[in-house]
Design a protein around this ligand. Structure first.
Ligand SMILES: Nc1ncnc2c1ncn2[C@@H]1O[C@H](COP(=O)(O)OP(=O)(O)OP(=O)(O)O)[C@@H](O)[C@H]1O
Length: 341
């Protein structure tokens, strides 16, 4: 468990002070993939760098397995840092060393004997899918392969937590997916806690269990990914969710279907988790005397289940329409009847 309490970081420059992280408190469970999202300047990088004390906090505490790292003297901190792996947007590899030697480097620093190092490095090379590339230099690798080296190196000393600082931001979408898949498989295989920061909601959607949204150094919203996606409360979160689900904009485009006819209603259905798999539309069509016109739909998978949005027009007698809508509501699906204003 990582417990962050009232964490703050103020930078003082010549002419001004910047409150980069402002009184952040969070609990991150062991084995969890926890995402922090925010726009540029929100304080994400500072936040993640505070966790391994690459930056010194101005206030607050960070407990990793009950040990407050903000109070550790430098010799203890050096040891603790070996248990906090980190990967970076631009990989930060040693360019004059081979893949093998890059991964062996943290083991050398930790004083692991050469014979044991070899076993560990080869195990890690296999884990990240780089077998055959042991003797290549970073300049001979693709971006995705470079990040795999970064991940293997970060795992060398069996860390308790892996910090990811925009780890996929320099990669194309396909390679991003491969690296995210690798992080999920490492999380499952090793039970490793992962904290990642990103400005891309699809990264949160694909791999995180929980998310915190940062703005001006503060956490403005936090929760299970599925809950935050389905019911975003802050304005910033709503913008991120819209970025991911283009149908959130659709309401305006459907205005032409929404009319004052007695025998028609346009409804937005929101399916969450297992409900997204239910064949509700065919169920309704069999049960009620209504015609159903499907206008738009999408399903978004997350680590904790899927959520879906569907816009349909229901056509039928007014009283039957009301019954149909009540029926759908009773299944636990969120139903919003759209009106033109
Ligand atoms: N070393 C520093 N000295 C002074 N101000 C800094 C320093 N590092 C960051 N800041 C300021 O702190 C604020 C938060 O920056 P930070 O890099 O943590 O944000 P971010 O969310 O990671 O943004 P980005 O994605 O653009 O890196 C910004 O206003 C930034 O200018």
């Amino acid at each position: 468990m990582i417990r962050i309490k009232h964490l703050s970081k103020r930078y003082k420059t010549k002419n001004q002070e910047v409150q980069a992280v402002d009184n952040v408190s969070l609990d991150i469970a062991k084995g969890e993939i926890f995402g922090v999202i925010g726009y540029s300047g929100a304080g994400k990088s500072t936040f993640v760098r505070l966790i391994n004390r690459l930056e010194e906090p101005t206030d607050g505490s960070i407990l990793i397995h009950d040990k407050d790292i903000t109070k550790m003297p430098s010799n203890q901190l050096r040891e603790k840092r070996q248990k906090i792996g980190m990967i970076f947007q631009h990989f930060n590899l040693l360019w004059s060393r081979t893949v093998y030697d890059n991964i062996a480097f943290p083991l050398e620093i930790a004083g692991v004997p050469k014979s044991k190092r070899k076993e560990k490095v080869l195990e890690l090379i296999n884990l990240v899918g780089l077998a055959g590339k042991e003797n290549a230099y970073p300049s001979q690798l693709s971006g995705g392969q470079k990040q795999r080296v970064g991940i293997a190196r970060a795992l060398a000393n069996d860390p308790e937590v892996l910090l990811c600082d925009e780890a996929t931001s320099a990669l194309d979408p396909e390679t991003t997916d491969d690296i995210l898949d690798l992080l999920v498989s490492i999380n499952k295989k090793l039970g490793l806690t992962i904290i990642l920061i990103t400005h891309e909601m699809n990264v949160i959607q694909k791999i995180c269990h929980r998310v915190a949204v940062m703005e001006n150094g503060k956490v403005v919203e936090t929760g299970e990914v599925l809950d935050v996606f389905v019911k975003p409360t802050s304005k910033t979160t709503k913008r991120f969710v819209q970025q991911l689900n283009p149908l959130e904009h659709e309401k305006d485009n459907l205005a032409a279907f929404i009319n004052d006819r007695e025998d028609s209603e346009v409804v937005k259905l929101h399916f969450i988790g297992d409900r997204a798999k239910r064949a509700l539309i065919s169920e309704v069509a069999k049960t009620f005397d209504v015609e159903i016109n499907i206008l738009q739909g999408s399903v978004t998978p997350t680590q904790e289940g899927a959520y879906g949005t569907l816009f349909v027009e229901l056509i039928g007698e007014n009283s039957v329409l009301q019954e149909t809508i009540d029926y759908m509501k009773n299944t636990g699906v969120e139903v919003e009847v759209l009106r033109n204003v």
